[in-house]
Design a protein around this ligand. Structure first.
Ligand code: GSH
Length: 418
């Protein structure tokens, strides 16, 4: 099978043993070399706080955590947290601080953009969340400053329709803000929002979804749109919004919890042969289907993983396993090595399934996808990257994946843990 979107997966499936060649000694030099390449590709950062320095910082910091240097700062933070890279920890954290400081300066002094101030993957909330992590890892007590800025953005995204394009999805909307708060809570081991703040954001997501579903006469309780499209997948769609509501389900009234579960089950019913179309109601065309983290099973898997962990109902784990089967068949993507619509994003589903099931088959599958990234077939046949350093489309996300493959018991999709 060779479709226009993916390479044929010619690897044998798991026969009971892992690949011996992918040990720390083999992978660590590849990770280090890739990081050096990423650092060489970075744009020059603006130095000063005002005037030309601020303007330069603003232009080099475009793209947020998704595609900008803020995402590189997160990758360096992630590497610095691994005991396997302890010797380079301080150096990586210092580089991360330099990058994220420039992004924070750009947020403060650049053109105020009301649409991305509270955004997670494309704007200010994400920058302040990663600055908090980097400062905290450096042992600096002033991590509370970016944390305070992050918290203050809660009020920005609380009004039901705070963005015209759609206020609830992951990249710029409320699901993203909650996701950032979840990442901070897990990594700092403390809740960063008050119960009242969490409730206000969840309530706004619920109100917005109820209003939209009523207005459009949907036969289910919660639905959303982004720039007029009713997306289902992780990037801008229903699945990551529901995933965040499940992550904070203990803050919801029982009647609202019920609406969330009905919506999860409704989304489960939209499956077409182990996958979901990008938009509600579309029919999937087999030879051209999207099997990406952003659109399709490799991203929707995280919702069903969360649903399984909260409810322990086997149908959610079964759905997640089917997502993994499709990803094994069609996940060697031609769009590159990244995590959004690339091979590392596919491989993260196997690391998720390993953590859910303990089955080593999934580590093996992730190892095979890692191996494929370094083949001539992949290098010659995959699309040329727009940005080498992007966390989501370029090699920064790939670096996170390679490190997580070495420590699969702690693996988690960058900034999207279940
Ligand atoms: N600009 C992107 C890159 O450089 O990697 C490629 C664009 C892309 O692949 N977008 C994703 C997608 O699924 C969504 S984030 N596009 C629709 C398609 O491939 O049909």
């Amino acid at each position: 099978m060779d479709t226009k979107r993916c390479f044929a997966n010619r690897f044998d499936d798991y026969q009971g043993s892992l690949l011996a060649g992918q040990c720390e000694e083999a992978v660590a030099p590849l990770v280090t070399a890739t990081i050096e390449r990423i650092l060489q590709e970075l744009p020059p950062l603006g130095g000063g706080a005002e005037g030309r320095g601020a303007a330069a910082a603003a232009s080099s910091c475009q793209g947020g955590l998704y595609g900008g240097v803020a995402g590189v700062a997160y990758m360096l933070y992630h590497v610095s947290q691994s005991p396997l890279f302890a010797a380079a920890r301080e150096r990586y954290l210092r580089s991360a601080k330099r990058l994220i400081d420039a992004c924070a300066r750009a947020e403060e002094w650049g053109e105020p953009d009301a649409d991305t101030r509270a955004a997670f993957l494309l704007g200010g909330a994400g920058v302040y969340a990663v600055a908090t992590l980097v400062y905290h890892a450096l042992g600096r007590s002033d991590y509370v400053q970016p944390l305070g800025k992050f918290r203050s953005l809660c009020a920005v995204c609380a009004p039901v329709s705070f963005l015209e394009c759609g206020s609830d999805e992951l990249f710029v909307g409320r699901a993203g803000y909650l996701c950032a708060a979840l990442v901070l809570k897990q990594k700092l081991a403390q809740e960063v929002l008050t119960p009242a703040q969490i409730k206000s954001i969840c309530q706004a997501i619920l109100d917005s979804g109820k209003q939209y579903a009523m207005k459009k006469r949907k036969p289910f309780p919660l639905m959303y749109s982004y720039y007029g499209t009713e997306y289902l997948g992780a990037a801008h769609g229903l699945s990551s919004i529901l995933q965040m509501l499940l992550s904070y389900h203990e803050h919801l009234k029982p009647s609202d919890q019920e609406l969330v579960w009905q919506s999860v089950d409704f989304l489960m019913e939209q499956e077409q042969n182990c996958n979901w179309p990008p938009e509600l109601g579309e029919a999937i065309e087999r030879e051209n289907e999207l099997v990406h983290w952003c659109h399709g099973a490799p991203g929707i898997a995280y919702l069903f993983a969360k649903a399984y962990l909260v409810s322990k109902k086997p149908q959610y784990l079964d759905t997640c396993i089917r997502c993994g089967e499709l990803t094994w068949q069609k996940g060697l993507l031609k769009k590159g090595p990244g995590i959004c619509h690339g091979v590392a994003g596919s491989a993260y589903v196997f690391l998720l399934l390993y953590r859910l099931t303990g089955n080593s088959k999934y580590i093996y599958r992730a190892q095979r996808f890692a191996e494929f990234l370094f083949t001539e077939e992949f290098k010659a046949g995959s699309r040329v990257l727009e940005s080498i350093y992007s966390l989501y489309e370029g090699f920064s996300g790939t670096v996170c994946f390679l490190i997580d493959l070495l420590q699969p018991n702690q693996a988690e999709f960058p900034l999207f843990s279940v």
